[in-house]
Design a protein. Structure first.
Ligand SMILES: [Zn+2]
Length: 231
C-alpha cells in the first residue's frame, strides 16, 4: 500500500491520524459517536485535501474491506453540504475518504432547504458527526444563474427558478463589489448557508453552543483542487 492509499481504508486512516486517535477509537460499532473533536475533523479534511493536491494519483481502494467494516453501522466524522456539480466529489477532494466516513448532502448551489437541513441535523444529532462543512465551488452554475437573475431578472424554467431564487440574496449582497461577481457570490452563498444552519436549526445551534459541533464554510477551486476554508 502506498501513501496515497492511506485515506482510503479505515486501517490506513488510523495509521495516518496516529496512535492517540486510534486509542480514542474510530468505532466499529453501529452508529457510535466518532471519537473526534470538531477541530480534529477539520484538520483531517485539510490534510486530506493537501494529499489530494500533492498526490492525486490515488491507488485502488480496498472497497470490499471498507464495505464490510461499515455494513453494520456508520459513524461519519464530518457532514459535507456541497454542490451536485460532478467535479466536486467530497470523498475524492478530501484525499480519498472511505465508505462510512463522510455524511454528504448535495444539491445544485449547496443550499440548506428543508430536506437538506434535516439531513444535516440527522448527521450531527443522530450520527454525532462533529463538523459541518458548507462547500461552494469555483464557477458554480447555480450561483452563476442566481447572478443572472439578480442582474437581468432572467426567468428560469421548471423548478430550477425557485431553486436558484434561494441563492439570489447572496448574489445581490455582493453585486457591484470588487472582484469576480460570481466568485464573490459563491463565497457569500456558502457563508449565508453556514449561518443559516448555525442559527435556524435549533439542533445545530445547541450543538454548536455546547462545543460539540462546528459549522464552517469553504470554497473549492476547480483548477488547483484547493479547498479554501473561509471561516
Ligand atoms: Zn455548483
Amino acid at each position: 500500500m502506498c501513501i496515497n492509499c492511506d485515506g482510503l481504508t479505515r486501517r490506513g486512516l488510523m495509521s495516518l491520524i496516529g496512535a492517540s486517535a486510534v486509542a480514542a477509537g474510530l468505532p466499529a460499532a453501529a452508529n457510535a459517536a466518532p471519537a473526534v473533536t470538531p477541530d480534529a475533523a477539520l484538520a483531517r479534511l485539510k490534510a486530506g485535501n493537501q494529499k489530494f493536491i500533492t498526490a492525486p494519483q490515488l491507488c485502488e481502494a480496498d472497497m470490499a474491506g471498507q464495505r464490510a467494516s461499515v455494513a453494520k453501522g456508520q459513524s461519519p466524522w464530518a457532514v459535507i453540504l456541497t454542490c451536485a456539480d460532478s467535479r466536486v466529489s467530497p470523498e475524492l477532494i478530501f484525499g480519498g475518504v472511505g465508505l462510512g466516513e463522510l455524511f454528504v448532502a448535495r444539491n445544485a448551489g449547496n443550499m440548506a432547504d428543508t430536506a437538506t437541513m434535516g439531513t444535516i441535523e440527522y448527521g450531527i444529532e443522530h450520527l454525532h458527526a462533529p463538523l459541518v462543512v458548507v462547500l461552494g465551488h469555483q464557477n458554480c452554475g447555480a450561483v452563476a444563474a442566481a447572478c443572472e437573475v439578480a442582474t437581468k431578472g432572467t426567468k428560469l424554467p421548471g423548478s430550477i427558478g425557485p431553486m436558484v431564487d434561494a441563492i439570489v440574496p447572496a448574489a445581490k449582497a455582493v453585486k457591484g463589489k470588487p472582484g469576480d461577481f460570481i466568485d464573490n457570490a459563491v463565497r457569500e452563498n456558502a457563508r449565508l448557508t453556514a449561518a443559516k444552519i448555525s442559527t435556524q436549526s435549533k439542533i445545530a445551534r445547541e450543538l454548536v453552543h455546547e462545543g460539540k459541533v462546528k459549522v464552517v464554510y469553504a470554497r473549492y477551486d476547480l483548477n488547483s483542487g484547493v479547498v479554501e476554508f473561509l471561516s
